[in-house]
Design a protein around this ligand. Structure first.
Ligand code: SF4
Length: 813
């Protein structure tokens, strides 16, 4: 259809049919006031503040709902329009407490701004005013519904975007209100405390408790940062006053979270101001920790590690880095451990995800989630299996809901009714642990009904015949008996997934704690390759990690067998490259994994350990062996922000800096390397971790003369092909997704476009075993409500020091 030409405030414009007057005006840079309009929600014309005058129209029209028409002539600030807006504002003010002097929203309140803009100071309307109770019954925010202007944005976000459905309009007419069902307290509702209602409320009806009385918006500095919890790496602004974070808001323009957060990102940052931060180096003397100077602590560490290495050899030392550490910190950490002559560097958290990593590596040659977070919204079909993103990665849950709103078929295979079932087109309530059998059955149906992508299979993959043979016996009838599903349900799911132009599989890397998880991940990859749903936009396999920088930590070579960018240290050329760059000789002895070191217990060859930012002792399950192992070490150094259960076993504790206190980069699940800015001065004697590592390296005699983390990052880029086109200057806006091999490369939205990282994608015939995907013995039984997710690595070290512990327990960082 041809474009529509119209005139707004004397300016001509051509827009597509169906465009609203409001959208057309915005294209011209004309600002029309709105309260209830939100690009994510259907327009509802509720607030009427956006009215405009259209020539030849009798009444004013709400520009947010009125479509443009041919040769329309619109006035957005005519006298009629201004009077109508004044009238609307007056009506709102008549029923709105005028306590702007103390209202926390002053300065960011739309009602206040528009009243100022149109000169509305008081209301000429009189009558009954609302007198609703002030609701402070939950831990997170105050609700003063006397200030609510009934724009409905909170209701729309809660129901449509988040899917929580905690609030709705209640009653009618003058007494219309927004509340939880039966006007119950919000904490008794299905509220997930994501804060989306607060961040989008245009007035002061919803105010976070922590901000109250702490400062006005214009008194705070807004510092861009990255959420320190899950691997999605949502972009946040830290609002800081007097070296204290007083509020956190989502970054609306972020390609990662588009203005959305979950409870952890919105409310979970307060651990940084916890009273039990370690603020000075501590050395254990006669079983008691004593504060010492940095010089004494570093001296003590160097003497003891050297002594262990002299007595037992270089490989008696092991370092564990943390998925909470920045890329620069993990890079320097593994460089230091390797410079001390051993490849024994790993992370405790990583082994929670080891099976997923192995499964993806085998199939694709690369363990990373294949596509970007935002691509989910534009896919045609989503298969959610082995995951409950609302619990673990809520932004992914929001994107899946968006895909469903956009018309995608949504198949949810889960033993329990997870939230996404509400918007699914097919729910498969399979027996727990039978996921792999279902995937094989879907592959069986797809092959037998000729729904597979033969060209993709021929050109891009190998091992198809093996897969075909392996899934022969997994007929819908056979698998119905295993899973407890109907044959028809299996057939429908397979057909829905295979017939989509673009299809996404969403699971969770933390299924690795389950026996047979690597095979489960191989089966996911089989399905994607079988239908050509990998290597293209909005089609791929999502296996997000639990912790924020697990991807970056692995990218940085904090692993026993590889240096940065997975360059294998078994290859002499790689060892030589890093030896030359670092001025040390990299050992040709393969390193030990954390699991191997711990499994050997008191017979382990590891006699000294340096743990940076991990708390394995608190990771759930029976950790008695681990405690004994750590207690038996000749020497243990822990660098952490808290006196954790693990730190209490150490000989030396070095204070660490929290995410809000340091400059550095983090790499999220979509491989986006993001720059985190420091917002706070660290407390006491705390220094940024990169600076501590540099100082310690110099104490060991290495000449590390970095002036800051940017220089460290430049060194990473110079040694890591996938990062080589990155620099702080390029990362500052929205980060870059690796591979980014050149200064002018835009980064890579999705992987495996023309070839897989291993060349051809590899099908694997994987058999269902009845014990598969059952919880491994000794792992944390309390983790996650889905029954399919068990993440042993998460210790609640941060969340138990935060207000969110009131809401979110288990399966937390
Ligand atoms: Fe933070 Fe993950 Fe929640 Fe985003 S989804 S706010 S990264 S915990």
């Amino acid at each position: 259809m041809s474009a529509i030409k119209l005139t707004i405030d004397g300016q001509e414009i051509e827009v597509a049919p169906g465009t609203t007057i409001l959208e057309a005006a915005r294209q011209l840079g004309i600002d029309i006031p709105t309260f209830c309009q939100d690009p994510e929600l259907p327009p509802n014309g509720a607030c009427r503040i956006c009215v405009v005058e259209v020539e030849k129209a009798r009444a004013l029209v709400a520009s947010c709902v009125a479509p443009v028409g041919p040769d329309m002539v619109v006035y957005t600030e005519s006298e009629r329009v201004i009077n109508a807006r004044k009238n609307n504002l007056g009506l709102m003010l008549a029923n709105h407490p005028l306590d702007c002097i103390t209202c926390e929203k002053t300065g960011t309140c739309k009602l206040q701004d528009y009243c100022y803009q149109y000169g509305v100071a008081t209301s000429e309307f009189e009558g009954e005013v609302k007198n609703l109770p002030y609701d402070d019954t939950n831990e997170f925010f105050y609700r003063d519904m006397n200030k609510c202007i009934l724009c409905g944005i909170c209701v729309g976000k809660c129901q449509l975007v988040v899917g929580a459905g905690a609030i709705d309009f209640t009653k009618r007419g003058f007494v219309t209100n927004v509340s939880a069902g039966f006007e119950d307290p919000i904490e008794e509702s299905s509220c997930v405390f994501c804060g989306m209602c607060i961040d989008n409320c245009p007035v002061g009806a919803l105010i976070p408790k922590y901000v109250t009385g702490k400062g006005r918006p214009w008194q705070t500095e807004s510092v861009p940062s990255v959420c320190p919890y899950c691997s999605l790496g949502c972009n946040i602004n830290l609002h800081v006053k007097d070296n204290e974070v007083i509020e956190v808001s989502p970054v609306k323009e972020s390609p990662v979270n588009r203005g959305h957060l979950c409870v952890q990102g919105k409310f979970g940052w307060d651990f940084i101001h916890s009273g039990d931060r370690v603020t000075a180096p501590l050395v254990k003397s006669d079983g008691v920790f004593v504060e010492v100077s940095w010089e004494e602590a570093l001296d003590y560490i160097v003497d003891n590690i050297k002594e262990v290495q002299t007595r037992y050899g270089a490989d008696a030392l092991m370092g564990l880095s943390s998925p909470k550490a920045s890329n620069e910190d993990s890079y320097l950490f593994q460089k230091l451990i390797r410079s001390l002559g051993t490849n024994n560097v790993d992370s405790y958290s990583k082994h929670c995800h080891a099976s997923s990593v192995n499964g993806m590596m085998d199939a694709f040659g690369n363990a990373a989630t294949t596509n970007s977070i935002d691509e989910i919204a534009a896919t045609d079909a989503v298969l959610v299996i082995g995951a409950n993103p609302a619990e673990t990665h809520p932004i992914l849950d929001y994107r899946v809901r968006e895909a469903a709103r956009n018309g995608a078929k949504l198949i949810v295979a889960a033993p329990e009714m997870i939230g996404l079932v509400d918007v699914s087109t097919g729910y498969l309530p399979l027996k727990q642990g039978t996921e792999l059998a279902l995937l094989n059955a879907m592959a069986n149906v797809i092959i037998n009904e000729g729904l597979h992508d033969q060209a993709f299979i021929d050109n891009r993959t190998e091992g198809f015949d093996q897969l075909k043979k392996a899934v022969e016996k997994y007929t819908p009838e056979y698998v119905a008996g295993i899973t407890g599903l109907d044959e028809q349900e299996i057939l429908s799911a397979a057909r829905a997934y295979a017939s989509a132009e673009k299809a996404v599989i969403l699971s969770d890397a933390a299924v690795s704690n389950k026996i047979g998880a690597a095979d489960f991940v191989r089966a996911l990859a089989n399905l994607a390759m079988l239908t050509g749903n990998v290597g293209k936009e909005s089609a791929g396999v999502y296996l997000p990690y639990g912790e924020n920088n697990l991807q970056g930590m692995a990218d940085m070579g904090a692993l026993p067998n590889v240096a940065t960018g997975y360059q294998h240290l078994g290859e002499e050329a790689v060892r030589e490259k890093f030896s030359k760059a670092w001025g040390v000789k990299i050992s040709d002895e393969p390193g030990m994994t954390a699991a191997e070191a711990f499994a050997d217990g008191k017979n382990s060859r590891i006699k000294a350990m340096y743990i940076m930012g991990e708390n394995p002792v608190a990771c759930g399950g029976d950790q008695a062996d681990l405690v004994q192992f750590l207690s038996n070490l000749d020497f243990l150094v822990v660098q952490d922000i808290f006196m954790t259960e693990t730190a209490s076993l150490a000989d030396v504790i070095l204070p660490a800096s929290a995410f809000a206190e340091k400059l550095g980069t983090y790499t999220n699940t979509e491989r986006r390397v993001q720059l985190n800015q420091p917002a706070l001065e660290p407390p006491g004697e705390v220094y940024p971790d990169w600076a501590v590592l540099v100082e310690l390296a110099e104490w060991f005699g290495f000449e590390w003369d970095y002036v800051g983390p940017e220089e460290v990052f430049d060194e990473i880029a110079s040694l890591t092909p996938d990062y080589s086109g990155m620099s702080y200057r390029r990362l500052v806006e929205q980060g870059l997704q690796w591979p980014c091999p050149a200064d002018d490369h835009p980064g890579t939205k999705y992987l495996h476009q023309n070839s897989f990282s291993r060349g051809k994608g590899l099908f694997a015939g994987v058999d269902y075993k009845p014990e598969a995907l059952q919880m491994d013995e000794g792992h944390a039984a309390e983790c996650c409500a889905t029954g399919v997710h068990s993440c042993q690595c998460l210790s609640e070290t941060l969340t138990r020091r935060s207000v969110i512990s009131a809401f979110k327990k288990g399966c937390c960082v």
